[in-house]
Each structure stands twice: as structure tokens, then as C-alpha cells.
Design a protein around this ligand. Structure first.
Ligand SMILES: [Zn+2]
Length: 311
């Protein structure tokens, strides 16, 4: 008994010395090998809280997988370059990319594999919380100013648009983002957000083969039909929902529906974004919600072909 007691005392002293020699830390202290050799079994087992790294074998890969980036969401910053950069690097919001206006350049602010905080409360085609599944691009642009004649939106320099097109194409190809999932902030938060606004030239993105666009001749035919026989609001709301918008189903022209129509007009008919449903707007909405009536052009040619992937 006496010899065992002495052994415990010696181990305790060794452990105490080892602990004193170590820098102060909250992490478990590893017992030196010289001390553990003489320690009783339960003393050796003691530091069970030590973190064991996993043994990961990466020899196999699953075929069924895709990118977490399902959407590309475009914004304007509503500010100049200096304030935009400061807000997006030090503020509570962020984006994966910031596209400067003068000189034109793209800045990567958040790694594409990580989440940026740009979308806020959002909805598109049944999906919510789009921050988790999108790559956000902020474009330096002043946004709108309020005038006696209403909101006046700042234009985008063509060189900046060319850069955004190149950036979107690069992201779209690497993550295989579907054309109908390249959208504006306003699309996923109608009424709450207006960006990138009616001066943003979505048609150029269609011409570049990045997004689908309504078939022009078909819109003309449908326009005549809607002039003769306008459809009711329930039909319109059902069609807007098919496109992807978070619209009410009230059967009435309510505030949200008017905002959704205005958002739709910003993209496809920016000349008049009042939110009122005229024959041209109704025709565009019908075509944009009909399989194969939207068309997409090739990246290298101007030929367009029916677009069906969303259905
Ligand atoms: Zn935005």
C-alpha cells in the first residue's frame, strides 16, 4: 500500500510540474509521455475530451450533385463607388461581386462557396431565402431620384453592362445556372426592392444568350387578342405566379399585384412601369408564362430557339 501511495504521489507531482510548465490555456493539457508511462490506467484515459480528427477517404465521388448556386441575383447599389465599397465590405450587407462604374472592374468580395447577404426576404418560383442558393452581384449605380414627375432612374454606362454580361456568363457557365434563374432583386422582392431598375438593359442579356425573352411576333398576336378580350385578374395572378413571382391570389388589382406587374414591366417593357395592365403587358405576361413561347439565343449566334427548361 505504501509503495502504491508513493507512486501516486510521484505521478501527481509529475502532472503538476507538466501543467505548470505549459502556457495557460483552456484546451486539455496533454500528459507528457514520461509521466503517462508510470500512471495508472484511469489517469491515462482521463483526457477523453481530446478532439479526434475524422478519417476521410476521398477516393469516391457521387454523380448526383450540382452547385449550391442555383440563382444569380443582380442589384444596383444606389450609391457611388466609395460608399458602395464601404457598405459592402464593412456593413451588415454583402455581395459576391461588386461591379464598378468608372473605371469599370469587377471586385470579388465574398467567396462563391460562401453565403453573401444581399437578397433579404425573398421568393422565386417556390424558393425562399435566396441568399442560401444564389450568387449576388451589386452594380454601382445611383438608383432613382424623386422628382415632381416621379422617380427618375440613373442610366448604366455601356462598358459597365458589358462587364456585368461577361461576369454573369462566367458564373453561369461554371455553376450551370438555368437562364430563367438569372434575375433581379426586384423580381424576388417586388415592391420592397426596385433594383436593378428599369434602366437596366435586360434585353442585352437576352441577346447575349443569358436569359430567355418573349417571342416578339407572338406578343403582337396576343396583344390584339387582349385588346379585344381582356382577361380577368385571377388569370393574370395565376400567370405571374407561373413565371415565379410571389403574387397574391385575391382576384383583385391589389397593391402587391400592382407592384409585381410594375416589376415585370421594368424587365420586359421598361417604357411604362405604371403597374397598370394594358394589352401589351397582358400579352407579355401570357407569353412569358407559356412553355416554348419564350425564346433563347445562342451565345455565339443570334438565332433564337424555343425555351422550355423551366417547365
Ligand atoms: Zn438589391
Amino acid at each position: 500500500m505504501k509503495s502504491l501511495s508513493r507512486a501516486f504521489t510521484a505521478v501527481a507531482a509529475a502532472l503538476l510540474l507538466a501543467a505548470c510548465a505549459s502556457p495557460p490555456t483552456s484546451a486539455p493539457t496533454r500528459t507528457p509521455a514520461t509521466a503517462t508511462a508510470q500512471a495508472p490506467a484511469d489517469a491515462v484515459q482521463a483526457p477523453t475530451t481530446a478532439v479526434r480528427p475524422p478519417r476521410i477517404d476521398r477516393s469516391y465521388t457521387a454523380q448526383s450533385q450540382d452547385s449550391r448556386a442555383l440563382y444569380i441575383v443582380l442589384h444596383y447599389t444606389a450609391d457611388n463607388w466609395e460608399k458602395s465599397l464601404k457598405e459592402l465590405t464593412t456593413g451588415p450587407v454583402s455581395a459576391h461581386y461588386l461591379v464598378r462604374d468608372d473605371p469599370v472592374a469587377s471586385y470579388a468580395l465574398v467567396d462563391e462557396n460562401r453565403r453573401a447577404w444581399h437578397a433579404g426576404a425573398s421568393f422565386w418560383a417556390g424558393n425562399t431565402n435566396l441568399n442560401s442558393a444564389s450568387i449576388g452581384i451589386e452594380i454601382v449605380n445611383r438608383g432613382y431620384t424623386k422628382t415632381p414627375n416621379g422617380l427618375v432612374y440613373a442610366p448604366f454606362p455601356q462598358a459597365q453592362i458589358d462587364e456585368v454580361i461577361a461576369l454573369v456568363r462566367d458564373i453561369q457557365q461554371r455553376h450551370n445556372v438555368k437562364p430563367e434563374r438569372i434575375i433581379g432583386h426586384a423580381d424576388i422582392a417586388p415592391g420592397r426592392k426596385q433594383d436593378p431598375g428599369p434602366t437596366f438593359p435586360w434585353k442585352q442579356f437576352a441577346d447575349a444568350g443569358l436569359i430567355p425573352w418573349p417571342d416578339g411576333p407572338l406578343v403582337m398576336v396576343k396583344m390584339l387578342e387582349h385588346e379585344v378580350a381582356p382577361r380577368d385578374m385571377a388569370w393574370l395572378q395565376e400567370r405571374l405566379a407561373r413565371i415565379g413571382y410571389n403574387v397574391s391570389r385575391s382576384g383583385q388589382m391589389d397593391t402587391l399585384t400592382r407592384e409585381v406587374v410594375a416589376t415585370f414591366q421594368m424587365k420586359y417593357r421598361p417604357r411604362d412601369i405604371s403597374g397598370a395592365v394594358d394589352a401589351e403587358t397582358a400579352a407579355l405576361i401570357e407569353v412569358a408564362s407559356t412553355p416554348s413561347a419564350m425564346r433563347v439565343s445562342g451565345v455565339t449566334d443570334t438565332e433564337t430557339r424555343p425555351y422550355t427548361s423551366r417547365w
